[in-house]
Unconditional design. Structure first.
Length: 185
């Protein structure tokens, strides 16, 4: 039998090359999504601290001002309390928010000089891993004393928790709000 001089690739060679290319692209995609998710978690932690600092500064600079006099998310947004990256039109969003037409971050007055910062809603929840990361980064002794934080998802200063993930919703991992209560001067 005589062999002809073939030009080009066989189907098997093309399939092998496409499989290798697919695996490389899949690996890059996985690494990129992990880095993006970690960046969102870090950004959210920075934003929370900035919100607390900005709110404290707002009331420290206003003699006799108290959040109990009707301080709301809209008031805080208009006063520039939220970082610019969180404000989209008239809405305040955390980095994991997917619905653009709803607040996913609220800041409201409690009694006296106490405020509640809520991150995550049913429409724009925090993923469970982001909830755990945020609680871990914010619920530190340093933050409790430095920023006047009273509690983070029920954890108070001096509390020892064996498993911080217990403060995030295990039953519904798609809905993990984080509630931070803090005092202003």
């Amino acid at each position: 039998m005589q062999l002809r001089n073939q030009k080009g690739f066989t189907l098997i060679e093309i399939a092998i090359v496409l499989t290798i290319v697919g695996l490389v692209i899949g690996g890059i995609w996985l690494a990129a999504s992990t880095v993006l998710n970690n960046n969102k978690k870090s950004e959210l932690s920075r934003q929370v601290v900035q919100i607390v600092q900005n709110t404290k500064n707002l009331f420290a600079n206003q003699t006799g001002a108290s959040p109990a006099t009707g301080f709301t998310t809209d008031t805080a947004r208009n006063a520039g309390v939220f970082p610019a990256g969180m404000v989209v039109g008239n809405f305040v969003r955390h980095p994991f928010a997917t619905v653009l037409t709803a607040n996913s971050v609220t800041l409201n007055a409690n009694a006296g000089n106490q405020l509640t910062l809520l991150l995550g809603t049913a429409a724009n929840p925090l993923p469970r891993d982001a909830c755990i990361e945020l609680v871990t980064r914010v619920a530190t002794q340093e933050n409790f004393s430095r920023y006047g934080i009273f509690s983070v998802n029920g954890l108070t200063a001096g509390a020892t928790v064996q498993n911080l993930s217990a403060t995030c919703n295990v039953a519904d991992p798609g809905n993990n709000p984080v509630t931070i209560i803090f005092n202003v001067p």
